[in-house]
Design a protein around this ligand. Structure first.
Ligand code: UDX
Length: 462
């Protein structure tokens, strides 16, 4: 099939490569000339495991190409995917200007009868607006609008796209269903679950899924606050809860909160949609508040552990909003960096992939090559992103180079027993801290620290 994809961001580019991989002829188009130039040279504009190789392979096969000229991409397209950004406006509403502009382009350049599919995450009812624009600007031509939300995660996008849990198709005409079933035939034949709904249900299901996952994370973060006060372990509580299949263990990891391009804007967009429809849905406001509180809780922990922040060096490990990506958009790690800088600390950060993107967003951030350079002379390490690299740090080496052997673990990445054995002051999230026997003068220097108190006897207050 001839497929046009409008927008070559994370969802658009991965979709281009996926559709080409399952045998279609795909043209991706974007208004960003620099991005298309990179793609024409076979270079993805962001880091995503497996994407570059697959993109090069599909380009070489002749099934995948890119253009800045939308008319070229649309000319013979049987199906057009709209994958443009729908960022949040200041009040939380989704900004749908790019959707309208894409619909206008399709109306002017796509052939009569083309199926126009929203893949971007949009508020329920957006397809009606797309349809209206197509009608107003399409002259005599008629189009079939459909919704096909994408559930791919950054860092696992190729796998999520080629082996999805489900394919959701929202349709209004049999023609849309026939075309989309034909498009996805290789995945459907491989047994992927297909759910067919009306368009508004498909649109809403995407927002509901992301908001519910955010809710699970915020629930875990609120539980972490309770566990810290009760002397319980939030990870073990989550294990117990998660072993009930009605609850599920995924997305119950307490930490410094969710970030990225999707969750924050999608929670806000669903909240705004509900408000506009006359149902305020205050639970979503609380999900957002708890997410802000998670960063604040980590910052407070650092302040309580270090007393005054001026003159204190903090090694911030991780800047990406999650491991496996170089994306720092709405990263809680960056929010934490800003918060620590504002408190007067000297923050030195590192990240295996996201350091330069972080520097673009926060130029005053000092960067180190790795965790050891960041930790050299530091009064505390703060773990902000759960990269595997940080799980296996040489604790003896760190203890030797730090001013205070102290770790605030915002992602519960490290093991309390190992931290105790290595002589660290260790403050995880929603789990009992590990602190050496009480002294009268706060944390000792690396040379002077006593072996940590065995786990069973540790104090539960910093
Ligand atoms: C998300 C959805 O998972 C995906 O289905 C959708 O299509 C796009 O949005 P993504 O933004 O790539 O994907 O990130 P995800 O892996 O879901 O993580 C989001 C955030 O939640 C990250 O900041 C992560 O660190 C945080 N998180 C996740 C937690 O804090 N705790 C958890 O238990 C899980």
């Amino acid at each position: 099939m001839k497929v046009a994809v409008m927008g070559t961001g994370h969802v658009g580019l991965v979709s281009c490569v996926t559709f080409a991989s399952i045998g279609h002829e795909v043209v991706g188009t974007d208004v960003d000339v620099a991005k298309i130039e990179l793609l024409e040279r076979g270079i993805p504009p962001f880091f995503e495991p497996g994407l570059e190789e697959a993109m090069k392979r599909e380009k070489a096969s002749g099934r995948l190409s890119f253009t800045t000229v939308a008319a070229e991409a649309l000319r013979d397209a049987e199906v057009v995917f709209i994958c443009v950004g729908t960022p949040a406006r200041a009040n939380g509403d989704a900004n749908l200007l790019a959707m309208e502009q894409s619909a206008g382009q399709i109306a002017r350049h796509a052939p009569d009868g083309a199926v126009v599919v929203e893949k971007s995450t949009v508020p329920a009812g957006t397809a009606d607006r797309v349809q209206t624009t197509l009608q107003r600007e399409g002259g005599e031509r008629r189009f079939h609008v459909a919704s096909n939300p994408e559930f791919l995660r950054e860092g696992a996008a190729m796998r999520d796209s080629l082996e999805p849990d489900r394919i959701v198709i929202g349709i209004e005409s049999p023609r849309s269903l026939e075309v989309l079933k034909r498009l996805y035939a290789p995945l459907l034949e491989a047994g992927v679950h297909l759910i067919v709904t009306d368009i508004r249900t498909a649109e809403l299901a995407k927002h509901a899924s992301n908001a519910f996952l955010s809710l699970k994370i915020s629930f875990a973060n609120a539980l972490a606050r309770v566990c810290e006060r009760a002397g319980a372990d939030v990870t073990a509580v989550a294990d117990v809860m998660g072993s009930d299949p009605r609850i599920g263990r995924a997305f119950l990891n307490a930490g410094i909160g969710y970030g990225g391009y999707c969750f924050p804007k999608d929670v806000a967009a669903l909240r705004r949609l509900s408000e506009r429809l006359g149902y305020p849905f205050p639970l979503l406001r609380e999900v957002e508040r708890l997410n802000d509180e998670a960063v604040e809780a980590a910052a407070t922990k650092v302040e309580e552990a270090l007393w005054n922040m001026e003159g204190k060096r903090i090694a911030l490990l991780g800047l990406a909003f999650k491991p496996g990506t170089d994306d720092v958009r709405f990263s809680p790690a960056l929010t934490l960096a800003r918060r620590l800088l504002a408190s007067g600390a000297h923050v030195v950060a590192c990240d295996p992939h996201a350091a330069s993107n972080a520097k673009d967003e926060l130029p005053e951030l000092e960067l180190a090559r790795d965790a050891y350079e960041a930790a050299s002379g530091a009064h505390a390490i703060v773990i902000a992103t759960d990269w595997e690299e940080f799980r296996n740090l040489d604790l003896a080496r760190l203890r030797g180079i730090m001013t205070y052997p102290m770790v605030v673990d915002g992602r519960n990445l490290l093991d309390s027993v190992e931290m105790a054995e290595a002589g660290f002051w260790y403050y995880p999230t929603g789990r009992p801290p590990v602190v050496p026997a009480p002294t009268t003068s706060g944390p000792a220097s690396a040379e002077a620290v006593e072996p940590a108190v065995p786990i069973g006897q540790r104090s539960t207050t910093p």
